[in-house]
Design a protein around this ligand. Structure first.
Ligand code: FE2
Ligand code: FE2
Length: 190
């Protein structure tokens, strides 16, 4: 079960399907960014032993996804390029508090929500596409659901469960609000 406060706007899927190459390019950037977020937490919290192995494994898996998406881009004859990012991640992370351990908790929970949104949208894409992209998304959405749970478990290393659940609910509502303010664009999170 994903902790999202609102489902994706029905206008998003047709927009994504009409711009599949752009979605795949954005997807490659998202996988790279997911790895980078996990690695940056390794740098920021070296003393948090309970987080290190999980974050490291997650970063490696995200880079594996990145390589997989690159293969699909190659197969379509599409080159990876810079792309204007959606304001989603920046707007979402604006809710992260600045004192510790709240900063760490919020970063982990926002990461959990990003994973959940990716998973939800991969399911939409898998249901609407044929092979080989349907198979790609079918397999990746299982990993992203697991990453969602991993981040929630890591958050429980920081605060008790009741605190985690309350803050997750607040941030999920914030995430839904952020998405509602972005018109449907061909981005994974937009
Ligand atoms: Fe991934
Ligand atoms: Fe992930």
């Amino acid at each position: 079960v994903l902790a999202l406060a609102a489902p994706t706007d029905p206008a998003w899927l047709p927009c994504a399907l009409a711009h599949l190459d752009e979605i795949l390019i954005d997807h490659a950037h998202c996988e790279k960014k997911a790895a980078s977020t996990a690695v940056s937490l390794l740098f920021r919290y070296p003393e948090r032993r309970a987080l290190l192995a999980g974050l490291s494994a997650l970063a490696r898996e995200e880079l594996g996804h990145f390589e997989l998406v690159l293969q699909h881009l190659d197969a379509r004859g599409v080159r990876l390029r810079h792309q204007v990012p959606s304001p989603y991640a920046g707007d979402l992370m604006a809710a992260v508090r600045t004192v510790e351990p709240e900063r760490l908790l919020d970063t982990l929970l926002c990461s959990a929500l990003i994973e959940a949104r990716s998973c939800e949208r991969m399911r939409l894409l898998a249901g609407a596409l044929g092979p080989p992209l349907a198979d790609l998304y079918e397999s990746l959405l299982v990993s992203e659901a697991r990453h969602h749970r991993t981040y929630l478990e890591l958050a429980l290393e920081v605060v008790p469960e009741s605190v985690m659940r309350d803050r997750l609910r607040e941030l999920a509502a914030h995430e839904a609000g952020v998405l509602a303010r972005i018109p449907p664009v061909p981005r994974f999170h937009g």
